[in-house]
Every structure is written in structure tokens, then in C-alpha cells.
Design a protein around this ligand. Structure first.
Ligand code: SAM
Ligand code: SF4
Length: 326
């Protein structure tokens, strides 16, 4: 078992398949001319499988594939099917643009639950936020996956003054469709021009929701990052991921592997551990994994102060989100 200095057992690995993406979400990809990592520096399909297997041998029982956009990688289907052979619960986070091409592979891999990102229900705003005109495709693909019986979580990054006016529309969507909307507080990463004024907090989201709906809190599972609610009579639910205003590090079980094979023990860790280079040289990477987790800080990579309002985004040392894998 991979356990850190605070007795937290780490059994959940998030693997970034690529830092490439077909959207340009302003909060994730810092610059228009961002240069994607060349394929030779990315973990190859067999390397992802074999490194993942090592984690599984040490207690990992859940793997999430993410990116960048995992489904833009040419060998995405191969990677998904390889990982589906491991004894883990396999899941995927995607921007939804390519799901119509991958629904069969996803089903064949035994994936039953998906996170699909969609920050707005308005086509024009989607174009503004992602710089790509893909709203209709994503919206259709969400319906397709829901109709096919998948458990669909819709990730909505809420940014003050951009899409906070759509919170009620998203909750209304849960009335007829069994979707699970997750409002995510805007987080700071290298280059994303974060400042605390742009964070629309858990409390503000609840106030907004409460102005139109009588909602009921739902039971929280141990490692849940989301505080969940339902409106009686609605088929779906909504939740808030309050990373900034009320972090949930105390029972964190997550580790991350970037597309170029660096292990991060926290989304906000300053340091990372190269696993791919020693793996390619035939070295044993197990001690490196354990050392990385032993070095894990108690909360938010040790970089944040108690109050996010006091945070100086420029002082945070990290990668941009697109190179970490959310
Ligand atoms: N491309 C896929 C997608 O968009 O779902 C997977 C990768 S993306 C980096 C994973 C998740 O991180 C998405 O739900 C995205 O909205 C979220 N995310 C990216 N940057 C963020 C930020 N600055 N604050 C909060 N969430 C962010
Ligand atoms: Fe691409 Fe996902 Fe980042 Fe948007 S959030 S730029 S879809 S990786």
C-alpha cells in the first residue's frame, strides 16, 4: 500500500495521456501558441500499461484517464483497452468532442462512468471560453452517453463574471436528465491569470441555487471531492468541488502521472518525480513512487495559505493545468 506521512492510503491514479487538446479553455491552456510535447517524450501505450501495472501491484484500484484531451491521442483506443485489462475501476475525463467516435471502445473497456466538461449551455459563450465552435457536438455527445446508460458527470468550472449566471440553468438540466453536474471553483495554475476575485465560491453557488430550488445535501463518500446535493423530484444531482474555499485534502487518495511520465503527489505540488526515464533505463521505479508519496505535503502541495483570498498566483510554482492532467 502506498501511504504518506499523514496515513493517507493512495489507491487512485490519474494518468494524463497527452498535453494536446482540440479546445483552448482559457483557464487551462495558458497561451494560444502553446507547444505540445512531441510524441517521443510521451509515455508510449505499452509504457503507460506497464507503469500503471506497477501502481496496481501496490494497491491502486482506480485509474482515471485524462489530459489534455485524452481522446485526441491517435492510440487512445489502444491505451484504454490495455488499461481495461487491469483489475481497476477505469474512468475517463474528456471534453466530449470526440465521444461519438469512442462510445464503442469505452463500452468495450467496461467504463460505466465518465466526466465530461462543459462550462456553458450557450453556444456563443462556449466559443468564447474554448476558442472552438464545438458546443453542439459536445451537447449531442452528452445526450448520447446519457441515453446509452452511462453515469455522466458534467464538469463546470465556474468563473465569476463569465458563467456564474448559468448555475440555475445547469441545475434545471438535472430535472429531466439523470446527469450529475459538478461546479468546480476556478483554480490557479501557471499562466492562467487566476486571481481570487474570479473565484465563485461554494457558498456563493449554494446561495444562487437556494434562490430558486429547495435542495437537499447528499451523503458524502470518504474520498469524494464533491459536496453533493439534489433537488427533490430531479433525476440528476449537482455538486460543488470547493478546492479553493474549503479544500478536502485530509482524506486525499490521489496521485498523478503526467503525459511525459512525471509523478505528482498532489495537483499543486511544486516538485515532481521522473518515472519514465528510469523506467526506460530498466530501473526499479517502486522506491521512487514511495519516496514521492512520503514527500507529500498535508494540504494543497504546501503552497496555499488558509484563505485563498490572500493567494498571490504569481508565487505558486506548478505546471499549467493542460500539462498536469486534471
Ligand atoms: N480535456 C479534458 C476535459 O476538459 O475534461 C480532460 C482534462 S481537463 C484539464 C480536466 C478538468 O480540469 C476539466 O473538467 C477542466 O474543466 C478542469 N480544469 C482545467 N483547468 C482548471 C482550473 N484552472 N480550475 C478548475 N478546473 C480546471
Ligand atoms: Fe482542453 Fe480540457 Fe484543458 Fe479545455 S480543460 S483546454 S478541453 S484539456
Amino acid at each position: 500500500m502506498i501511504v504518506d506521512g499523514f496515513n493517507r492510503v493512495h489507491n487512485y491514479l490519474r494518468i494524463s495521456m497527452t498535453d494536446n487538446c482540440n479546445l483552448r479553455c482559457f483557464y487551462c491552456m495558458p497561451e494560444d501558441d502553446y507547444e505540445f510535447t512531441p510524441a517521443s517524450r510521451l509515455m508510449q501505450a505499452g509504457e503507460i500499461e506497464n507503469i500503471a501495472r506497477i501502481f496496481v501491484e501496490h494497491g491502486v484500484n482506480k485509474i482515471r484517464l485524462t489530459g489534455g484531451e485524452p481522446l485526441v491521442r491517435k492510440d487512445a483506443a489502444d491505451i484504454i483497452l490495455r488499461l481495461s485489462k487491469l483489475p481497476v475501476k477505469l474512468t475517463l475525463t474528456t471534453n466530449g468532442t470526440r465521444l461519438h467516435e469512442f462510445a464503442d471502445v469505452i463500452r468495450e473497456a467496461g467504463i460505466t462512468s465518465l466526466n465530461i466538461s462543459l462550462d456553458t449551455l450557450q453556444r456563443d459563450r462556449f466559443l468564447l471560453m474554448t476558442k472552438r465552435d464545438q458546443f453542439e457536438q459536445v451537447r449531442r455527445n452528452i445526450d448520447m452517453m446519457v441515453d446509452a446508460g452511462f453515469h455522466v458527470k458534467v464538469n463546470v468550472v465556474v468563473t465569476k463574471g463569465v458563467n456564474d449566471g448559468e448555475i440555475l440553468d445547469f441545475i434545471r438540466w438535472t430535472e429531466q436528465d439523470p446527469i450529475h453536474v459538478r461546479f468546480i471553483e476556478f483554480m490557479p495554475f501557471t499562466g492562467n491569470r487566476w486571481n481570487s476575485d474570479k473565484v465563485f465560491t461554494w457558498q456563493q453557488i449554494l446561495e444562487k441555487a437556494g434562490s430558486a430550488f429547495d435542495m437537499v445535501p447528499l451523503q458524502r463518500d470518504k474520498h469524494d471531492t464533491a459536496k453533493k446535493y439534489t433537488v427533490p423530484g430531479h433525476k440528476g444531482t449537482f455538486a460543488v468541488i470547493s478546492t479553493m474555499s474549503a479544500p478536502f485534502c485530509s482524506d486525499c487518495n490521489r496521485m498523478r502521472l503526467t503525459a511525459d511520465g512525471k509523478m505528482k503527489n498532489c495537483l499543486f505540488s511544486q516538485t515532481e518525480t521522473d518515472l519514465l526515464t528510469p523506467f526506460r533505463q530498466g530501473a526499479d521505479i517502486v522506491p521512487l513512487i514511495y519516496q514521492s508519496i512520503r514527500d507529500k505535503k498535508k494540504s494543497q502541495g504546501g503552497q496555499f495559505t488558509d484563505k485563498f483570498e490572500m493567494l498571490e498566483a504569481g508565487l505558486i510554482e506548478n505546471r499549467s493545468m493542460i500539462t498536469i492532467g486534471g
